[in-house]
Design a protein around this ligand. Structure first.
Ligand code: NAD
Length: 366
């Protein structure tokens, strides 16, 4: 039987508790893993002076697959977000967030089944920024004012929005390949091409070209503001959405809201050289060490990892076990109970154990 070498980053805040439960659930599928545990985040920063030691990147480069718990972005320390740095360093250009309803999760919506494919490296999030009042910013403003019909005020800060043919082509291609592999019917490109003609306009133009190569999958496009309204009113009309970085970030949270919130929203960052799986939520430091928060988003990120490894049978069994525990509503964390103070809510570990028991039962019944 194959053994997979996986980098496991327990993170900080609620991260380590979630990583432990997720590891146990993944092992309970019967798939064999060799975990390369790598510390990153605020706890390791105190010890090593950096929140992202080189060994973490080396490990992911070697293993090419990582599963990561949330990591706090310290405010005002001069360190950039470890999460953003990891995605950038490893050129993980696609952020994939399936948003699927599970019966029993409290939400205003049922039967949501959407997949967000967000470009991860370009757009206003490329990190190309000029601070108001600096010499560089002044020069950039003077340069632009020389060439553009509209003038930038001298007391402005400037963030640059690059969108390339290369970056767009690979993310849209990824969305179509994903749609084909997972038998989805439609890809929708989301943009604001009517206003930003040379960045979002390029995104749309390239998306249309790529779409022609996938005649088996329906393609359409929507302007991002209209898309936001339609996702709230008629989400069933949509399937896979492909978006530039900023709109992808915002609509990911909107779609997480449709399926019941951050506690249940998994994610994957995919690059040409590897993949990193992580929940959408952050490190919720106030719950650190309390064995309280919902492990679902992290466990479902593990399900995405199993699918990436083509371990579909194990992925199905783990997802099914999560779905059953949520449907029964008994062994679930406080956020999944009708009242947040419900004394019958269980802890993070206990919910994980209930999921493992379900998997064992289904195995015995086969
Ligand atoms: P957060 O997601 O950590 O927490 C917001 C609130 O959501 C929490 O207070 C809690 O009520 C709820 N919540 C989050 N996860 C939950 C879970 N599993 N179960 C139940 N409830 C849950 O967002 P934040 O407070 O904005 O960020 C905290 C830190 O996490 C920041 O430093 C931020 O930069 C970082 N962060 C990291 C990642 C990542 O590692 N990928 C992502 C987002 C934020």
């Amino acid at each position: 039987m194959k053994t997979y070498d996986i980098t496991l980053i327990p993170g900080d805040g609620i991260g380590p508790e979630l990583a432990e439960v997720t590891r146990k659930c993944l092992e309970a599928t019967g798939v064999q893993f060799r975990w390369d545990v790598q510390e990153a985040g605020v706890d390791v920063m105190a010890k090593l002076g950096t929140p992202l030691p080189d060994s973490v990147l080396e490990s992911i480069r070697k293993n090419k697959i990582a599963i990561k718990s949330p990591i706090t972005t310290p405010v005002g320390t001069g360190f950039r977000s470890v999460n953003v740095a990891l995605r950038k360093e490893l050129d993980m250009y696609a952020c994939v967030r399936p948003c699927k309803s599970y019966e029993g999760v409290r939400s205003r919506y049922q039967n949501i089944d959407l997949v967000i494919v967000r470009e991860n490296t370009e757009d206003l999030y490329a990190g190309i920024e000029f601070q108001k009042g600096t010499k560089e910013c002044q020069e950039v403003i003077e340069f632009i004012n020389r060439y553009a019909a509209k003038k930038i005020r001298p007391d402005s800060g400037v963030s640059i929005k690059p969108i390339s043919v290369f970056g767009t082509e690979r993310i849209v291609r990824y969305a179509f390949e994903y749609a084909r592999k997972y038998k989805r019917r439609k890809v929708t490109a989301v943009h604001k091409a009517n206003i930003m003609k040379f960045s979002d306009g390029l995104f749309l133009e390239v998306a249309r070209e790529v779409a022609k190569q996938y005649p088996d999958i329906e393609f359409d496009d929507r302007i991002v503001d209209n898309m936001s309204m339609q996702l709230v009113q008629t989400p069933e009309l949509y399937d896979v959405l492909v978006l530039p970085n900023l709109y992808g970030d915002i609509l990911s949270d909107l779609c997480a809201g449709l399926i019941g919130g951050l506690g249940v929203a998994p994610g994957a960052n995919i690059g040409s050289n590897g993949a990193l799986f992580e929940a959408t939520h952050g490190s919720a430091p106030k719950y650190k060490g309390l064995n309280k928060v919902n492990p679902t988003a992290m466990i479902l990120s593990g399900v995405l990892m199993l699918r990436y490894l083509e371990e579909h049978d194990s992925a199905d069994r783990l997802e099914q076990a999560v779905a059953e525990v949520i449907r029964e509503g008994k062994d679930v964390t406080y956020d999944m109970k009708a009242s947040r103070n419900d004394p019958t809510a269980v802890g993070t570990r206990e919910m994980g154990d209930a999921i493992i028991r379900k998997m064992e039962l289904s195995k015995a019944g086969r």
